[in-house]
Design a protein around this ligand. Structure first.
Ligand SMILES: Nc1ncnc2c1ncn2[C@@H]1O[C@H](COP(=O)(O)OP(=O)(O)OP(=O)(O)O)[C@@H](O)[C@H]1O
Ligand SMILES: [Mg+2]
Length: 243
């Protein structure tokens, strides 16, 4: 909060980081159009973690991809950090994605020709951040330091997933989108990943995590189930919809 904001009283201590409303997404397949998102709305403030569960194929990755500016919705609004993404041009979209969003992909998407360390420092390089100290400490806290010179193909699925998590948060983006971030991990590694996400949340990031893990979902401040194209507030009565 700067001085003029304090004087004018305009500062919002918990700004909305992600706001989507009335999202529609339909995919065409051989049988015709399939409505995946159907008027979906969601709001997440900085410092909040939201967990989304839902059956396979319900559209969880599609939703994250739209928020990450990787895919576009057919209709509806996406506002990130208070900006309507529809108003952003291409260079601005790319810069926003690079600087403001950390994305943990369901299937890792590591760059195979770069080592673990090179994958992890890439967001720092792209954002002009010279200090590599955070990369080293995250490698250590996730048990990856010994593997830093390996290429992704030689890592286990769980190791690749941890690299993907570190790469997503190393530049401290204010919006973190995590697609099954603990899906391939044992309890210990999964716990380390959840600790990283919790720390990012406590430092003010807005986190949206798609997960089938009850342990991971229980870390979130709010839980939703994606079903029939909409988000429903999670209640234990909906447990059967989670998987
Ligand atoms: N580019 C595409 N073209 C056509 N159909 C697609 C495309 N991308 C996704 N789909 C379909 O949309 C539906 C939702 O996919 P999505 O990947 O969002 O599901 P999900 O909830 O993440 O599932 P999972 O839990 O298995 O990861 C699926 O039926 C999928 O086949
Ligand atoms: Mg998915």
């Amino acid at each position: 909060m700067n001085k003029s904001e304090i004087i004018s009283g305009t500062a919002n201590p918990t700004p909305v980081a992600v706001s989507v409303s009335k999202l529609e997404k339909c995919y065409q397949d051989a049988a015709g159009g399939r409505q995946i998102l159907d008027g979906l709305s969601l709001e997440v403030k900085g410092g909040q973690m939201v967990a989304i569960t839902g059956p396979s194929g319900s559209g969880k990755s599609t939703l994250l991809n739209i928020i990450a500016l990787i895919e576009t919705a057919d209709a509806g609004f996406v506002q990130l950090d208070g900006q309507q993404v529809a108003d952003m041009g291409e260079p601005q979209t790319t810069l926003f994605r690079r600087r403001r969003i950390g994305f943990i992909y369901q299937f890792f998407n590591l760059i195979p020709t770069l080592t673990v360390y090179e994958n992890i420092v890439l967001p720092l390089q792209l954002n002009g951040i010279a200090d590599r100290g955070r990369a080293d400490s995250l490698l250590k806290s996730t048990g990856l330091f010994e593997r830093k010179n390996s290429y992704p193909d030689l890592l286990s699925g769980g190791e690749q997933q941890r690299v993907s998590v570190v790469r997503a948060i190393v530049h401290q983006p204010p919006i973190v989108l995590a697609d099954e971030p603990t899906g391939n991990l044992d309890d210990e590694s999964g716990g380390a990943v959840l600790d990283l996400l919790r720390t990012a949340r406590d430092q003010g990031a807005a986190i949206i995590m798609v997960t089938h893990s009850e342990t991971a979902a229980s870390v979130a401040d709010r839980r939703y189930v994606l079903s029939k194209g909409k988000l429903n507030v999670f209640s234990s009565a909906q447990m059967s919809l989670v998987r």
